[in-house]
Design a protein around this ligand. Structure first.
Ligand code: GLA
Length: 390
């Protein structure tokens, strides 16, 4: 967690005045435990909020200007609330701008401007949802400071829309939802079609969630992500011969899918769809085994998820595969998989507390041998979704 006194001091150095009226908000990053590439198919996901994320310091100002600064980037901005447009040059500031734009589109009137200072603790481009964290903390803070009603499900929806429409990234709802609605020591079982959700206790006792950052630049992620989305749409189009009302793969049971998958003309598209339908099943099985306290079975489902993302969905790549393979050689590892969009980013493993040190050193060494890259590891706990900090 960031040092708040220090951040307040930085805020005052930047914007002047005293720290009396500064309000502080925090939104986490997220890790997805299982259920990958299912959200935009209307399926289940099972993410959890991390304890680190984005801290936002805010103070109202009397005019209608928005002052933006970050401890992570040099780039700062001063813009009118009434003239918000996307500009590539504005880089990270397009995330808060997208939120203001989306609030406007929804008819939310912000009656004054604000001074904002962001402090991010999520490694950039790691696939732990730093952009969703900025978006959600901004939406929450602006609404809260303006005394407007707050609904964290609505915040997730508006943050996703701003990412889709304003920033042009075709993500699903999972990241924004987890960041907005997470709860300490719980993972979220979310049905992405209806947004019904359940907070499921996740306290794995002697086991730790260890995130491994491949530090591989996620170069192809946007184009390949969109390609996977359209492959899923093609599968739906072909399956409509049997199910005329079908709009999303998540609406099919595994039995229905298996009995009709021959209708999908393209073999690659068929494999993509197979992953989606089976992965949704793995999420539901995970809930069952976790309720029964069977962590080893959950670990096997994590492994199954990664293998399917590697073989059927083909979004892992050599770095994620090397890290997962190394992780699975360590005694005390129940399961290991990629998390997030893939093509780089992070893995998540369930590791016995006595094996964590060995995990870091051996997986780190083997990963470097295989890829020439240096990994980072974070032993993580599950934290809360967006909130105001006292
Ligand atoms: C990214 C997207 C999410 C989700 C995952 C894959 O994190 O932002 O919406 O699609 O990839 O599960």
């Amino acid at each position: 967690m960031a040092n708040l006194d220090q951040l307040k001091q930085q805020f005052v150095e930047l914007y002047g005045g005293s720290d009396n009226e500064i309000r502080v908000y925090h939104a986490p990053g997220r890790v997805n435990l299982i259920g990958e590439h299912t959200d935009y198919n209307g399926g289940y996901v099972f993410p959890a909020a991390l304890t680190f994320g984005t801290t936002l310091l805010l103070r109202p100002r009397p005019d209608r200007m928005l002052a933006l600064a970050s401890t992570n980037f040099e780039l700062r901005g001063l813009l009118s609330l009434d003239a918000i447009v996307y500009d590539k040059k504005d880089d990270w500031m397009n995330y808060p701008k997208g939120i203001v734009n989306e609030l406007h589109q929804r008819g939310v009137q912000l009656s004054s401007g604000f001074e904002l200072l962001y402090h991010g603790e999520i490694p950039n481009g790691s696939g732990l949802s730093s952009s969703a964290s900025i978006e959600v903390v901004t939406a929450y803070a602006l609404l809260h400071a303006a005394g407007l009603p707050i609904d964290t499900v609505e915040i997730a929806k508006l943050a996703q829309r701003s990412e889709n429409e304003f920033n042009g990234v075709q993500c699903g709802i999972m990241d924004q939802f987890a960041v907005a609605n997470g709860r300490k020591d719980h993972a979220i079982l979310l049905m992405c079609d209806t947004l019904e959700y359940d907070l499921i206790p996740f306290q794995p006792g002697a086991y730790k969630l260890v995130i491994g950052n491949t530090n591989k630049r996620r170069g192809l992620v946007d184009s390949k992500y969109n390609e996977r989305r359209s492959e899923c749409e093609r599968a739906v189009a072909d399956l409509r011969t049997a199910f005329p009302e079908l709009t999303l793969l998540g609406q099919l049971s595994l039995e229905q899918f298996n009995a009709n998958k021959h209708l999908i003309a393209d073999e690659t598209v068929r494999r993509r769809a197979q992953h989606v339908v089976e992965e949704i099943g793995r999420v539901l099985q995970s809930i069952e085994v976790l309720k029964a306290g069977d962590l080893a079975a959950f670990g096997s489902l994590m492994n199954g998820s990664h293998d399917s993302l590697r073989d059927l969905y083909e979004v892992t790549g050599k770095e994620l595969d090397a890290m997962v393979e190394a992780a699975r050689t360590i005694d005390g590892v129940l399961g290991s998989r990629m998390t997030g969009a893939g093509f780089g980013g992070c893995t998540v493993s369930l590791v016995h507390e006595n094996a964590v040190e060995q995990f870091k050193s051996e997986v780190g060494r083997k990963y470097t041998e295989a890829t020439g890259l240096i990994a980072d590891f974070y032993v993580c706990s599950i934290g809360n979704g967006v909130e105001e900090l006292a």
